[in-house]
Design a protein around this ligand. Structure first.
Ligand SMILES: [Zn+2]
Length: 135
């Protein structure tokens, strides 16, 4: 009798444990899925930061609605930066070497176009949740 009772208790305990494990794994899945969603929205929302001589001259929220360009005055002449949706590039440059021009389009957060002679940096930054809240 005592053995049977013990066995019943064990079964009830197992059932409880199984239920607990199921609910834990379910909430874990939810948390993981939630984090993945946040991560995706983070990486989708990027910002192009243009600096000249270390000074931020422009911040553009990406992707842009339409293709457009703007000019930057460099010491060697006018630079043109072109934007198209998620992509950004230097479309006109008069610097030595024209490395920035030859780099072409960049579209992912973390990528940058650097013009060393003109000290122009175009950086794509992933906006953090904090940035999204404070903006
Ligand atoms: Zn350049």
């Amino acid at each position: 009798m005592s053995l049977l009772k013990h066995h019943t208790d064990m079964t009830r305990g197992d059932k409880y444990l199984l239920l607990l494990l199921l609910s834990v794994s379910f909430s874990l899945m939810f948390v993981l899925y939630g984090n993945t969603t946040i991560f995706h929205s983070k990486s989708r929302s990027t910002q192009a930061v243009v600096t000249v001589n270390g000074d931020i001259i422009r911040k553009i929220n990406m992707p842009t609605n339409s293709r457009y360009s703007f000019a930057i005055e460099g010491s060697s002449g006018s630079f043109r930066v072109e934007l198209d949706g998620e992509k950004i590039k230097v479309s006109e440059a008069h610097c030595a070497g024209q490395v920035c021009l030859n780099q072409g389009w960049i579209s992912r957060a973390g990528q940058s176009i650097i013009c060393i002679p003109e000290k122009i940096v175009i950086r794509l930054e992933g906006r953090t949740m904090l940035d999204a809240i404070t903006q």
